[in-house]
Design a binder for this molecule. Structure first.
Ligand SMILES: Nc1ncnc2c1ncn2[C@@H]1O[C@H](COP(=O)(O)OP(=O)(O)OP(=O)(O)O)[C@@H](O)[C@H]1O
Length: 253
């Protein structure tokens, strides 16, 4: 696979406000192909808002967003999205296959093709859930639901995957399994993932985007200490914070 060194996602001086309340201000961000970045920051800091801007669900008040050199709307089909689990209303009967097939719905056709079904089955296999194809979504455990939601985002075969807290409410073992799935996918797609953890992230994460009205990108440092591994039960990377992320923005020590 040939890597393109030009940034895939560019946010150029982007600001966004809800009802005149500034949520994101002067955001400059460049994400390259095959990046695996974790988006961290305090509650209400603007992480989901950042994902929605990249998806084109909301538009910047100021500045420009370019993805593969186009607007988010123009490349929407190339982006997979897994929304925050807590925001998902799945209070209707649907089995695993139905839920994953929703990821193949397009604006142009109202029916599914054989290819749609094959892609859905492949995505379910990729997250290790083939045995659950006919199971009701609501009967799955939290971790199994998260896997199926990843499969739903995956089955449109996106070049970029946006995931909003995919490991919320799952135990550490399940979290590790989900990250292992994402690492495999990262070999041919760019991954941006909102995470609740501020100090440590999975060893697969290459950089950390810190969002608190303003946005700063950090490198990650591989942890090889057994103590941290014992405490967190997994291989982790530490976020190198050489500044403070505060309400008023980012100040350097
Ligand atoms: N549709 C909306 N209308 C008005 N305000 C909104 C709307 N959606 C989000 N907000 C506000 O924008 C701010 C940023 O919200 P956002 O969901 O981006 O934060 P977040 O960093 O993802 O938070 P969390 O960690 O709690 O999920 C919050 O103060 C929130 O109340």
């Amino acid at each position: 696979m040939k890597l393109n060194n030009d940034p895939e996602i560019i946010l150029d001086n982007v600001s966004f406000a809800y009802k005149q309340r500034n949520i994101l201000e002067d955001v400059n961000l460049q994400i390259k192909q095959n990046e695996f970045a974790s988006i961290v920051g305090p509650n209400g800091g603007g992480k989901t808002t950042l994902l929605k801007l990249v998806l084109g669900l909301i538009k910047p008040d100021k500045g420009k967003i370019s993805i593969f050199g186009k607007t988010p709307d123009q490349v929407r089909q190339r982006i997979g999205y897994m929304p925050q689990y807590a925001h998902l209303d799945m209070d209707f009967p649907a089995n695993v296959m139905d839920v994953v097939m929703m990821g193949r719905l397009s604006k142009t056709t109202l029916w599914f093709s054989k290819k749609d079904r094959v892609e859905a089955l492949n995505s379910i296999a990729e997250v290790g859930m083939t045995d659950f194809i006919d199971t009701e979504f609501n009967e799955l455990s939290g971790g199994q639901k998260q896997r199926i939601l990843i499969a739903r985002a995956l089955c449109s075969r996106p070049d970029i995957m946006l995931l909003d807290e995919p490991t919320a409410n799952v135990d550490l073992k399940t979290e590790e399994n989900l990250f292992a799935i994402l690492q495999k996918l990262n070999s041919n797609m760019t991954i941006l993932l909102v995470s609740h953890d501020l100090g440590f992230v999975s060893k697969y994460v290459k950089s950390v985007i810190c969002v608190n009205r303003r946005v700063v990108i950090h490198p990650t440092t591989l942890m090889d200490g057994t103590l941290i591994k014992d405490i967190y039960h997994g291989d982790l990377r530490m976020v190198r914070h050489d500044h403070r992320c505060s309400e008023t923005g980012h100040t350097y020590d």
